[in-house]
Design a protein around this ligand. Structure first.
Ligand SMILES: Cc1cc2nc3c(=O)[nH]c(=O)nc-3n(C[C@H](O)[C@H](O)[C@H](O)COP(=O)(O)OP(=O)(O)OC[C@H]3O[C@@H](n4cnc5c(N)ncnc54)[C@H](O)[C@@H]3O)c2cc1C
Length: 420
């Protein structure tokens, strides 16, 4: 039975979900306060990678031992604003517990794999449908290491990736030089994951998907959702700052801002923002042949139509704190040290900084599925570091659940009830 479904949020998850719902014949309203594909969303400024290999959650055994070192290093990949610690602590404890043993990491990887295994294919099909197929590049991704020993230090993670289908080619120093001649000499070993891919302009993809949804009949409402009108466990309307929208179903796809809406639908979800940054070097004067992940930088170096994008960093400081652009300068400076061909005297107006909010649960799994307080409300948020990759599969799963079809992916690991 077709329904009127309101999709809350137009990042990659909301935009892809709207398209899948339209395919099933539903009437769809998308509610988004910003421009679809705009800078407010994590989906705009991320690392652009569509990596089926990204099954390893951020929390891993022994991480707690490394955290003090990361925090003490002003150039490190992790920062916490100490004033935010009292609010953060419960999430942080759950986060550390979630990756306490290898068995827990293996279980998370197994749960994530079906959401991202065919991401390049699903992205390509969606992008093609929306008329922007050229945004998806099946280039493979190069993971570069100072030495083979640095790769071997991550052996457990790579073993778990392999158990979940990742295959790679090892490159010697010479082969690496041939593949990526502009890379600094300190890297002497690399692996190439050919099945990984890139969306070269994720903001443009989201904008195109929303335009495509509108062409298929969706309505875009520029408003912020403020609550849900649920009576007797039935959804009557989505409340917005521009009035109520009467509907039968709602999908909460508001990324890092989904927590209050989930609370209104009956689930206290421990959702945090892992703030991340990018630095964009316009006219960099060099061209990377492949997306590159330097193991010692915990960041992505990728070409986009706007220039060389360096994306990474995790800053735990909440949704409201002002950006700390030093975190983005770290990314820029690391790149200067990694690509000797970049101009040393980069004028400030050639470098653009961006900050965005990864919607992160402590266990690294998203929340997808019906709300506890009202089955008319379906969750589609909490994708943390892999939301661009997992967007299309999440959208198909949500559409299956709303249609009452047997879902193509088992939704059990993503239930919000796991946090009770
Ligand atoms: C630095 C960085 C690098 C990353 N690299 C990668 C990568 O390489 N690959 C990958 O797969 N993932 C990556 N990610 C993660 C990925 O970007 C996110 O997981 C993903 O974009 C989340 O998509 P979303 O649609 O859930 O949320 P968002 O893209 O944040 O969209 C949520 C939307 O909801 C809207 N909204 C908020 N509140 C409301 C409301 N009350 N009512 C209506 N609308 C609302 C917002 O305006 C926003 O447009 C990265 C993230 C960052 C920050």
């Amino acid at each position: 039975m077709p329904n009127h479904v309101t999709v809350i949020g137009a990042g990659i998850v909301g935009a892809a979900t709207a398209v899948e719902l339209l395919r099933d014949g539903h009437t769809v309203t998308i509610v988004e306060p910003g421009d679809p594909g705009g800078e407010q969303a994590a989906s705009y400024g991320n690392g652009t990678l569509l990596n089926p290999s990204s099954v390893i959650p951020m929390s891993s055994p022994g991480l707690w031992k490394k955290v003090p070192g990361y925090l003490a290093d002003p150039l490190g990949p992790l920062a916490i604003r100490w004033g935010y610690m009292p609010r953060l602590l419960p999430w942080l404890l759950r986060f550390i517990r979630a990756g306490w043993t290898v068995a827990k990491v293996e279980a998370t990887a197994r749960a994530l794999a079906p959401l991202i295994a065919d991401a390049p294919d699903l992205h390509r099909a969606l992008a093609e449908e929306a008329g922007v197929a050229d945004l998806i590049r099946r280039s493979g991704v190069l993971f570069v290491f100072p030495s083979r020993a640095d790769f071997e230090a991550e052996a457990t993670s790579w073993r778990i990736r392999r158990d979940n289908g990742t295959r790679w080619i090892e490159l010697t120093e010479n082969e690496l030089r041939q593949r990526e001649p502009g890379l600094a000499r300190r890297y002497t070993f690399a692996i190439l994951v050919e099945a990984n891919a890139q969306c070269i302009d994720p903001g443009a993809l989201v904008a195109a998907l929303v335009r495509h949804a509108q062409a298929l009949g969706a309505t875009l409402r520029r408003a912020r959702v403020t609550g849900l009108r649920i009576e007797g466990q039935k959804l009557h309307a989505v409340r917005t700052d521009a009035g109520d929208i009467a509907c039968d179903k709602a999908v909460i796809a508001a990324g890092a801002w989904s927590k209050a809406l989930a609370t209104a639908a009956g689930d206290a979800v421990p959702l945090e923002t892992e703030r991340g940054y990018h630095a964009l070097i316009q006219d960099p004067g060099i061209e990377l042949r492949l997306p590159v992940m330097p193991s010692d930088g915990k960041m992505a170096h990728v070409m986009t139509p706007q220039g060389l994008r360096l994306a990474g960093q995790v800053e735990l400081a909440g949704l409201d704190a002002a950006p700390n652009w030093k975190r983005a300068e770290i990314l820029r400076d690391f790149a200067l040290h990694t690509w000797p061909g970049l101009p040393r005297d980069l004028p400030a107006d050639r470098v653009k900084f961006w900050m965005g909010h990864r919607p992160s649960t402590p266990d690294g799994l998203p929340c997808i599925g019906p709300a506890s307080g009202c089955a008319d409300v379906v969750y589609a948020f909490g994708h943390g570091h892999i939301g661009l990759t997992a967007g299309p599969a999440t959208a198909k799963l949500v559409a299956d659940l709303i249609a009452g079809r047997t879902p193509r992916v088992d939704p059990a690991p993503y239930t919000a009830r796991r946090f009770r």
